[in-house]
Design a protein around this ligand. Structure first.
Ligand SMILES: Nc1nc2c(c(=O)[nH]1)N[C@H]1C(S)=C(S)[C@@H](COP(=O)(O)O)O[C@H]1N2
Ligand SMILES: [Mo]
Length: 318
């Protein structure tokens, strides 16, 4: 972050997209310029100041999670993002880059042994990062497949030490109107909130994401900490988390509050249950534009179908 600021004089604000930042930092490191400008001893320190977690990447890939389609090119995945805090279109990279992700404190509260606050880098020391190839299916019928880096949500649950009475996790995104223009839209119930059951949170597939494509996640992906629940519609995968609460009662998600007739708590992917305004039978690949049939639980039924046995009366697929 410090480096970013110091480099303000080198590149115009308009060119400061994450990829430009990355590339020009490397160029500067090669020329030995950052150390000189910042008064640091060397490139390693400069890099560490830029992102304290950079040395944790790339993390080893967990071979258990395989795809049935190619990985979406980074250039596509990082330019088609949904992040309403930074605008209603999909091109939010530049706006989201303004969010400061260090220091970043996560509050853990509710039904836990001891409510606590933890900085993201301390949390990263308490877990082991791995890479997983996951499909990602937005409720708006587009999809991608990406290499996330992160740690099992179960590790977060273990770290939090919930009480036996905890039945749900509730996640909350930052709230800062000065940096996120979308949060000035008073129609929406900011901050963004999402939730899962304890059984979902401790399922093998539930993943806390800190990185993508073998490096720390750029802000548009939800840095420094977001969720990935690949068997559910994308809106469940909340970004930029500042609070995790353990509750006895079911939390209401952001979109459920906005439009409960269209977006529910479970939001499991199902090609046979249409959104009230469109079909979910197929999905469009964000990179190629190709349409492919959508799969029940986004193809992850072997992992998660058991979670919903006997719950046929619930709105499992909205
Ligand atoms: N805080 C926050 N989290 C969010 C959203 C958002 O607008 N704000 N959008 C959701 C939706 S609808 C989708 S599809 C995914 C998109 O993730 P991606 O941009 O990494 O593809 O993020 C989800 N998480
Ligand atoms: Mo979405």
């Amino acid at each position: 972050m410090h480096i970013l600021k110091r480099r303000g004089w080198e590149i115009p604000e308009s060119a400061a997209t994450p990829e430009h930042v990355y590339l020009s930092r490397r160029t500067l490191l090669g020329a030995g310029m950052i150390g000189a400008a910042a008064g640091l001893v060397g490139p390693a320190q400069a890099q560490a100041q830029g992102d304290p977690s950079a040395a944790l990447y790339p993390a080893p890939r967990n071979p258990r999670y395989v795809l049935d389609r190619p990985v979406t090119p980074e250039a596509s995945a990082s330019t088609v993002n949904n992040y309403y805090e930074f605008g209603g279109n999909y091109d939010v990279g530049r706006a989201a880059a303004k969010l400061k992700t260090r220091p970043w404190v996560i509050t853990i509260d509710g039904l836990v042994e001891t409510p606590r606050q933890v900085g993201i880098d301390d949390l990263l020391k308490a877990v082991t990062l791995e890479e997983r190839l996951y499909r990602h299916r937005c409720v708006e019928a587009w999809s991608m497949a990406v290499p996330w880096t992160g740690f099992p949500m179960k590790a977060l649950v273990d770290y939090a030490k919930p009480l036996g009475s905890a039945k749900y996790l509730r996640f909350e995104t930052f709230l800062d109107r000065s940096v996120a223009p979308g949060q000035s839209g008073r129609f929406y119930p900011w901050p963004y909130v999402e939730g899962v059951t304890m059984a979902e949170a401790t399922n093998d597939l539930a993943f806390m994401v800190t990185g993508i494509y073998g490096k720390p996640a750029q802000n548009q992906f939800g840095a420094p900490l977001r969720v990935a629940l690949p068997w559910k519609y994308g809106f469940k995968s909340i970004k930029a988390i500042v609070k995790v609460s353990f509750l006895e009662t079911r939390p209401k998600g952001f979109w459920e509050v906005v439009q409960g007739s269209e977006y529910g708590f479970w939001a499991n992917v199902n090609p046979q249950v249409s959104h009230p305004r469109w079909s979910q039978a197929t999905e469009k690949d964000i990179a190629t534009g190709e349409r492919r049939p959508t799969l029940l639980y986004n193809g992850y039924g072997e992992y998660v179908a058991g979670l919903y046995a006997g719950m046929e009366k619930e709105r499992l697929f909205l």
